[in-house]
Design a protein around this ligand. Structure first.
Ligand SMILES: Cc1cc2nc3c(=O)[nH]c(=O)nc-3n(C[C@H](O)[C@H](O)[C@H](O)COP(=O)(O)O)c2cc1C
Ligand SMILES: O=C(O)C(=O)c1ccccc1
Length: 351
């Protein structure tokens, strides 16, 4: 088994068709943001405390009233069957085994009911939604997620138009291969709908208000970066936010998420949980995000690398690597639990 997420990516790259690898690994335009998400973690340095003696560490976290055994969630990524024939079923099994929260993409290639079945009762599933131009489709998706037992709605707000991913253009990778479909849209959006998710350029706070009126599920906004938007989110009664630039796949040259996090956390001021995704590859990245104000982080591509390398066991190993590394980093920073990870533990490296 690979010893790090970097090794998982290298192995997955050998195994996957080149166009699929590029679809997953790639970002928008010059991929400035894609690289920045990872490199910005590298420019931060930990300033550990010693002699505080935590004999063991507690990594558990409660988010929206749900308990997770670690502060690492599975970010929503579409099309897991590109990486493994059983796709999201295996991701769900691994998430359940690890006690991690799984955010299921609206664009999953296994239907949400089957993902819920595979994960079992103990698995907390959050459903990621792209508001669709046709409100009836959006509402039907919400009902489907509710009926399947999803416990939160994660509304992605950074895909009002599709980012231009030049690797996909070069490779001619535009459609799902024969036999794979967006199964959550089956029976809801017609034959074209199961092949292609639509964006909603006119997306606004009115849609968020309307969603709040439509469902009792807690709503989490994914893909905001600006502190003023975070303040708006609190004002609109949202239950959480995920600081995200879509893994560098949407607006290129957007700030790295870890650089955007401190101002968002300050603006939110503890009123709702702030999560972060983008470039988290090591336990030390998790600790840096916690120190700068995140309640938890999510990982996208590493989960797909795990699936491609070894199915459910690969995803489990990716999650366990992150757990183990986070635990070690906490121990070496003198923290017994996540609340002890304070802002003073992180500084920018001198230039
Ligand atoms: C292949 C792929 C598919 C994705 N699909 C979705 C999606 O369906 N919905 C969504 O909100 N975000 C989607 N994302 C973005 C992820 O949720 C997440 O923001 C990003 O991958 C985090 O960065 P990381 O991959 O560096 O961990 C996707 C990302 C990738 C790489
Ligand atoms: O590729 C993505 O980043 C993504 O968000 C997406 C959205 C819809 C369908 C497939 C992928």
């Amino acid at each position: 088994m690979p010893l790090s997420i970097r090794e998982f990516e290298a192995l997955a790259r050998d195994r996957l068709p080149a166009d699929v690898y590029d679809f997953v690994a790639g970002g928008a335009e010059d991929e400035v943001t894609l690289r920045a998400n990872e490199s910005a973690f590298g420019r931060l340095r930990l300033l550990p405390r010693v002699l505080r003696g935590p004999a063991t560490r507690e990594l558990g976290v409660s988010l929206l009233g749900m308990d997770a055994t670690m502060p690492v969630l599975i970010a929503p990524t579409a099309f897991h069957r590109l990486a493994h024939p059983e796709g999201e079923k295996l991701t769900a099994r691994a998430a359940a085994a690890a006690g991690a929260i799984m955010i299921v993409s609206m664009g999953s290639t296994v239907a949400i009911e089957d993902i819920a079945d595979a994960g079992g009762q103990s698995l907390a599933l959050w459903f990621q939604l792209y508001v669709q131009p046709d409100w009836a489709v959006t509402e039907a998706l919400v009902r489907r997620a509710e009926r399947a037992g999803c416990r939160a709605l994660v509304v992605t707000v950074d895909l009002t138009v599709f980012g231009r991913r030049e690797r996909d253009h070069r490779n001619g990778f535009h459609d799902l291969p024969e036999g794979l479909h967006c199964e959550n849209l089956r029976g809801i959006a017609g034959e074209r709908g199961v092949r292609q998710i639509e964006s909603t350029p006119e997306l606004s706070w009115e849609h968020i208000d309307r969603l709040r009126a439509t469902t009792a599920l807690p709503i989490v906004l994914k893909g905001l970066m600006h502190p003023l938007d975070a303040v708006m989110a609190v004002g609109h009664g949202v239950s959480g936010v995920i600081v995200s630039n879509h893994g560098g796949r949407q607006l290129d040259t957007a700030m790295a998420t870890i650089d955007a996090l401190p101002d968002v956390a300050e603006a939110v001021n503890g009123r709702i949980p702030v999560l972060l995704d983008g470039g988290v590859r090591r336990g030390t990245d998790v600790v840096k995000a916690l120190a700068l104000g995140a309640s938890a982080v999510a990982v996208g591509r590493p989960v797909i690398w795990g699936l491609a390398v070894a199915g459910a066991a690969g995803v489990t190993q990716v999650l366990e690597l992150l757990r183990d590394e986070t635990d070690r980093a906490l121990g070496l920073c003198g923290c017994a639990c996540l609340h002890e990870v304070t802002r003073d533990l992180v500084q920018a490296a001198p230039c």
